[in-house]
Design a binder for this molecule. Structure first.
Ligand code: WT7
Length: 660
């Protein structure tokens, strides 16, 4: 079963998962996607994308689908002109859907607001007029630092409407993180709130803006939405949203911008170096966001209620709350708060309340739900759910099965969607109703997308082999660069396989025997045990497949005999029992991994911990766990969602209980 890297693979393929779930005939018959979509795209890729671009309203049609002559800087739909906000709002009102609810907004304390497309049009128009009144126009940069309130979406669309670029900074980031991002792209305006609700309590937000703006001279004005009604300090740059925006006219004529007009910058941190300002433009981005949202989620705008649980501070919020869904005339839920406020059933309560039919979330949250226990979703009526999505990390087969059974009623297809801030939209995912799904695999590039698994030489590996994920064709929603740093753009993404002209995604991946793609985690995290290159994902999935484990993180720690030894950190499931952390149970876990994927992957050490260190978007920070595993002082924790987690882990280790 084990293939060594010597056979041309850059990564071993160890874990075998053979369950598959074909779509029901019923689902397949009504699905937006049909098998012919793959053939159509293959026959003529550019014609295929041209057809997808027709989903949008263009004020001026393009003359050329793709100009790749200045690679790696792409131009899509060259010469075309459109207004992105018009495509997401006004055209739905004009086609007679003004009374359709666009957003069912649910506040954390339980307040709610239903916003129709007609109302959205008025709100976005007022906000656009407000921006114009401040002198904000084409290509100005606007920082948006807000919780999940409707005004955050109005603000993004208002920027798009006047051609300004937004730079959304996640509301959980510090003043310093906000300042560096404002500075990097010289934002002239910041839009924020007085405070935000977090775990049932109002927390101040504006003080961080005050601190950031004090050190960011480019900022001329700060618009403040009143959300928590907490008292805030006031400077002469500040203006209340309700005073500035509410007095504006609700009529605004959108102007068409070039297809390559910049739409937004979104900073992504990566593991090292300063954050990269990922630049996205208009026509190609909106085309792929709209196309993927329609086919991957099988959206039926007249009947579905869609809910993507991401925050607008991440690209998922940009592409699958704002641009993709609204361009498709979605009715969607937007939820402000945390999943355990007022209790651990909040998401299921919302699903039941609004009749959510499509639910898109992250594996980290699914594993948290597993830890909380299946009895919680079981208390709610989740029968409206018909499509489930996952994004952000590899989803362990066991978490996938748990999701299918306990959330999807054993029948809703799960789409495991692979993409990145840089790709702008989904690249690899099964199409529901067409592809038989496999727990843990993102499976195949969408029609129109080129992706491959290659070895160190850039040669595609055979079925059953592992290596690096590359994208071998330009795509419409690809990043157009890193703000202010062309060289870094070329170095980071295009130099590793420069000769072949492939985009290097930084992820390990493998093909199974059918040629389906399985993501294996970031290549920086790959472990090398006695010359075997083992993915963290496979060992973690083997651990999570044990009935006592809810979540696992593994790292390679230096080892005198094997080069690296595998050290695992596990969180137990709710109801795992008191003995689940004892020496016998730990031994059983190690044996379980050996049985699932082979003795080479047997962890040297397993530690039971109460929490894992995660970034604010839910990705495990293995770097910090490597520090623990190698008995080093723990490194920089500033990007951790909760910095006390490392203390918890260290305290747990000292108790000795978790040692093997
Ligand atoms: C990285 C990109 C894309 C929106 C959220 C994250 C990992 C993402 C999957 C998936 C395995 C995944 C990859 C990727 N990732 N989706 N379905 N299966 N891994 O955006 O913060 O830019 O992170 O997330 O490692 O490179 P991001």
């Amino acid at each position: 079963m084990t293939q060594s890297p010597g056979q041309g693979n850059a990564l071993d393929n160890l874990l075998t998962e053979s369950r598959t779930f074909p779509p029901s005939d019923e689902f397949a018959a009504q699905a937006n996607a049909q098998p012919a979509l793959y053939e159509e795209a293959k026959a003529d890729r550019e014609a295929f994308w041209a057809k997808q671009a027709e989903r949008l309203h263009w004020d001026t049609k393009w003359d050329q689908v793709l100009d790749w002559s200045d690679a790696p800087f792409a131009k899509w739909f060259v010469g075309g002109k459109l207004n992105v906000a018009y495509n997401c709002v006004d055209r739905h009102v004009e086609s007679g859907h003004g009374d359709q609810v666009a957003i069912h907004w649910e506040g954390e304390p339980g307040d709610s607001r239903a916003i129709t497309y007609a109302e959205l049009q008025r709100e976005v128009s007022k906000a656009a007029n407000a921006l114009t009144s401040l002198g904000i126009g084409a290509e100005d940069r606007v920082a948006i630092y807000m919780p999940m309130v409707p005004e955050a979406i109005f603000a993004m669309l208002a920027c798009a409407r006047v051609g300004a670029m937004h730079s959304v900074v996640f509301g959980g980031f510090s003043a310093e993180a906000l300042r560096t991002r404002i500075e990097d792209s010289s934002c002239r305006l910041v839009i924020t709130t007085d405070g935000q609700y977090r775990r049932g309590n109002p927390a101040p937000l504006k003080p961080a803006v005050d601190e950031a703006v004090a050190g960011a001279p480019s900022v001329e004005k700060v618009i403040v939405v009143k959300r928590t009604d907490t008292e805030v300090a006031w400077t002469d740059k500040d203006v209340w949203w309700h005073e500035l925006v509410d007095s504006q006219s609700d009529q605004h004529t959108p102007q068409a911008f070039d297809s390559e007009h910049p739409l937004f910058i979104l900073y992504t941190s990566g593991t090292t170096g300063k954050p990269k300002g990922i630049l996205h433009t208009s026509g190609g981005y909106l085309t792929q966001a709209s196309y993927t949202h329609n086919y991957v989620f099988d959206l039926k705008p007249d009947t579905d209620v869609y809910w993507c649980t991401a925050d607008i501070g991440w690209v998922t919020g940009h592409s699958y709350i704002v641009y993709g869904p609204l361009s498709n005339r979605v009715t969607q839920v937007v939820y402000e708060g945390t999943p355990n406020t007022p209790n651990e059933g909040r998401h299921w309560d919302i699903v039941q309340k609004y009749g959510v039919s499509i639910y898109y979330t992250a594996p980290t949250l699914i594993r948290t739900f597993m830890k909380w226990g299946a009895d919680i979703p079981a208390k709610y009526d989740l029968s409206s759910l018909r499509v489930l999505g996952s994004v952000g990390e590899p989803i362990n087969p066991e978490a996938w099965i748990w999701y299918r059974e306990n959330v999807g009623g054993g029948k809703a297809p799960i789409v495991d969607t692979w993409w990145q801030t840089e790709t702008g939209a989904i690249m690899i995912s099964p199409l529901p109703g067409v592809v038989s799904t496999k727990p843990g695999s993102a499976q195949r590039p969408l029609p129109g997308i080129g992706a491959k698994v290659v070895n160190d030489e850039g040669v595609e590996v055979e079925h059953g082999g592992g290596g690096y994920l590359v994208l071998d064709e330009p795509w419409p929603s690809m990043l157009r660069g890193i703000w202010g740093d062309e060289e870094r753009y070329k170095d980071t993404y295009w130099s590793r396989f420069g000769e072949q002209g492939f985009y290097f995604a930084g992820d390990g991946a493998k093909y199974d025997a059918d040629g389906d793609i399985w993501l294996l985690g970031r290549v920086d995290d790959v472990m090398n045990v006695s010359g075997h290159r083992i993915s963290t994902t496979e060992v973690e999935s083997a651990l999570v497949s044990h009935p006592t484990v809810a979540e696992a993180a593994v790292v390679g720690a230096s080892d005198e005999t094997t080069g690296q030894g595998i050290v695992a950190f596990v969180i137990l499931r709710g109801g795992a029992g008191a003995d689940a952390g004892g020496a016998d149970a730990i031994k059983a876990l190690r044996d379980h991994v050996a049985k699932e994927i082979g003795p080479i992957a047997k962890p040297r050490q397993i530690m039971v911990v109460p929490e894992l260190p995660k970034t604010r978007s839910g990705k495990i920070m293995r770097r910090l766990l490597r520090d623990v595993a190698e008995n080093r002082t723990v490194g920089d924790v500033t990007t951790l969602a909760d910095s006390s987690v490392m203390d918890l882990i260290s305290a747990g280790l000292q108790s000795g209980k978790s040692e093997d």
